[in-house]
Design a protein around this ligand. Sequence first.
Ligand SMILES: Nc1ncnc2c1ncn2[C@@H]1O[C@H](COP(=O)(O)OP(=O)(O)OP(=O)(O)O)[C@@H](O)[C@H]1O
Length: 236
Amino acid sequence: MNDQPIAAIEVANLRKSYRGRPALAGLNLQLKPGQIVGLMGDNGSGKTTLLKILAGVLAEWEGEARVAGLEPGPESKALVSFLPDASFLPDSHKPADSIAQFTRFFDDFDAKKARDMVDFFGLPWDRNLKEMSKGMREKLQISLAMSRRARVYLLDEPISGVDPASRDVILRGILQNFADDALMLISTHLIQDVEPIVDSVIFLRAGQVLLQGDADELRTEHGVSLDALFRKVYAS
Ligand SMILES: Nc1ncnc2c1ncn2[C@@H]1O[C@H](COP(=O)(O)OP(=O)(O)OP(=O)(O)O)[C@@H](O)[C@H]1O
């Protein structure tokens, strides 16, 4: 009997070009639920493009893609929590306004959890986004994205703009709010920072998978950290 869990993300021969230039060049992936996967790669390797396709916000691609068992689109968006790399909240919003908006938009949103995360991050309830620092805005966006009970979380560079101490706090916040049976795909250049929380990694180069595997197995096989392995692989 096959008791393997169904892949939470399945991608076959996925291709996407921008004005004739390939960003994804025949990508194949099968990711099971119950893990945090680090999506890594050099600039322009296709990380954001992949996340946007899976999130259902980018059209006109070729090949096959399924997320939480569905083709990316309006239905899958109800099961997938996407944190884009750019700010997506209005400047005028205070945390309570954004929480109210997410409550209206998403059936799986847990407003109490979001409020607890805002407190956990020590964010000011009386300041709007325009009055917050970049790191504060990122923390608010993460609070919202992680307070959905989604099957799949797609986080694009969630800790790029924050200081090292805040990165640890954010990663702890993410971990605390991550259900065991969900899948998280998290893109980042800050490999050293996310290394302690990822179960497996995907290295992309030029729109294809260069290397993929279980984090512990890769560390054992190569005898170095993922950060060192990344530097070695991309230097060659
Ligand atoms: N809107 C767009 N129009 C044209 N080309 C684009 C567009 N978005 C991305 N590209 C191109 O697609 C390729 C992949 O870009 P993508 O943003 O997916 O890479 P990335 O791995 O996320 O990069 P980075 O690490 O720099 O954020 C790049 O060559 C980029 O120039």
